[in-house]
Design a protein around this ligand. Sequence first.
Ligand code: UD1
Length: 368
Amino acid sequence: MTPQPLTIDLIGGARPNFMKIAPLHHALARQRWCKPRFVHTGQHYDAGMSDAILHDLHLPAPDISLGVGSGTHGEQTARILIAYEKILLETPPDWAVVVGDVNSTIACALAASKLGIRVAHLEAGLRSRDRTMPEEINRLLTDAIADVLWTPSPDADENLRHEGVASDKIECVGNIMIDSFEMLRPAIETSDATGALGLRHGSFGVMTLHRPSNVDSDERLDRIASVILGACEIAPLVFPVHPRTRKRLEETALLSRLTANRALFLTQPRSYIEFMNLVMNSGFVLTDSGGVQEETTYLNIPCLTLRESTERPITVTAGTNKLVTLDTIIEEIGLAMSGNWKRGRVPDLWDGLTADRVVHSIRRRARA
Ligand code: UD1
């Protein structure tokens, strides 16, 4: 009798999760011995934060949609936990693969772990050592209960060993986001996202901003708005605005101040292909995102990260990333636009083949 194929849940909830599960979904779907089941928690639900990204990444419609929506951390995490547990009790998978560090990651890891379902964490081991970041709590807890920890770089392995994780649970598989980029490189290179805004290669900056530490305080957001306007005097800036940030800019009446500036292109969140086209044509990126720090390192684009710490230190030590403050941004943009920026090195295993390494890991461990 041929054995039943293993069911492998891939959990996606928030925008940055989809770039991590898409390559793995495609690689697992090619195997006979397993079948992926795409579970969308609904943490992000706007078309621009979810559907457009799924479409670009050729992800099919979710097999299961939990539809949890927004809420406080407690509410959102709890709703995902309850909804996913119900699915697990009705139709348990063999593995639950969670990615990244969002509320969906810890909620689903917890639900599966308590039911004795094997949990694997892709992008494990990253640490900012800043526990005021909700993502740091999600990372620590997820890694503490996962059975398999797939890391993107050796610093992550080191963090896990330091926390006492058994070595046989840790596997450095590389950076899965690079798989998404390479899969879509032709479409990204031929996208008209830059040209449609009338911008030329290397002449502008791209900005993203959504961390609570940057956007939740009125005073800080006001200072950030002033710096953005100052930055626009050096180079035009494309700023796709995250819904959380848009809400805050509206509440603080800063949105109208920003929209009045002709060198600032405030747009809706972009699809993955459009966004990466803008990044690869930009002269610099100003961000507080995690994934963008990695994508810019891979593309050798100067990256200014408006945060006090990063869970991705390899982008600073090996790549093109620098941590900046509101006081240093303008000077750093000047350096980037005049070509005075460090040249980065692409970390090992950021090669577009991470999904294959994960597939082999699952197969080997499933047989063991
Ligand atoms: C979440 C992740 C963060 C990740 C980010 C990427 C956590 C703790 N945070 O932050 O790590 O970097 O996603 O985007 O999991 N909203 C909409 N439409 C949507 C989604 C959200 O309007 O589709 C608005 C809602 O007002 C919501 C707010 O944005 O309350 C914040 O959304 P939430 O998912 O709670 O956190 P993010 O800031 O998106």
